[in-house]
Design a protein. Structure first.
Length: 216
């Protein structure tokens, strides 16, 4: 059972009430340090101390912890820390497993128990995390900016708003004229990512994934 928390605009949590999930307990304290509010988080598994983390809370600047108001998976508790170049995603399971990886905003894919995470590193890394394996199954180091993720015909695709590849401009303009939406398609069976273009009509037929821990 999760006992609840208080969150404000931009999904950045100013403070967090005590949380119990499976064997885990999450405690917190909000303190003023040099005129700035810092949220301190501690995670315990039973009587065992697991980890501590803290960050200055700045909702307007998208800095701080983000605890989604609802969880995408009943057997997992997931929250994020937004921080420039050092964001984190924390994943707890009812069975007692724990993972902390580079992360931030994420989309949940319930059918295959995947998370598509925008890791806040030097570039906007894409991390695909498998909840069944409790490990990263794919990571792409690039500055492509993903705005949404979808599911269609057994695969997932992320819509790319800004691309930073080396495709020749004339070829890029032709492909965008024929297929106006640029995407990265992820195959959950073989864990591969491929760049392609599709039409707005194809996007309209896909099922959008729910976005969590967003700042916008």
């Amino acid at each position: 059972m999760v006992t609840g928390f208080f969150s404000v605009s931009a999904q950045i949590s100013e403070s967090v009430a005590a949380i119990k999930f499976g064997p885990f307990n999450i405690t917190s304290a909000r303190k003023s340090v040099n005129g700035q509010y810092v949220l301190f988080i501690n995670i315990f598994r039973g009587n065992e101390f697991i980890m501590a983390d803290s960050i200055v809370t700045d909702a307007d600047g998208c800095k701080g912890f983000s605890f989604p108001s609802t969880q995408p998976f009943k057997d997992y508790f997931i929250f994020s820390k937004h921080a420039p170049k050092s964001g984190k995603t924390y994943i707890l399971t009812k069975q007692g497993s724990f993972a902390a990886i580079g992360g931030g905003t994420f989309w949940a894919a319930p059918k295959h128990k995947l998370l598509f995470i925008l890791a806040e590193k030097d570039y906007r890394n894409l991390v695909v995390f498998g909840l069944q394996e409790m490990k990263t199954v794919f990571e792409k180091y690039s500055c492509d900016e993903f705005t949404d993720w979808y599911y269609l015909h057994g695969t997932y695709f992320g819509k790319v708003a800004t691309e930073c590849g080396d495709e020749l401009k004339p070829e890029k303009e032709v492909s965008e004229w024929i297929h106006p939406v640029e995407i990265e398609q992820f195959d959950p069976k073989v864990h591969t990512l491929n760049e392609m273009h599709i039409t707005d009509e194809q996007v309209g037929k896909a099922k959008p994934l729910v976005k969590y821990a967003s700042c916008k």
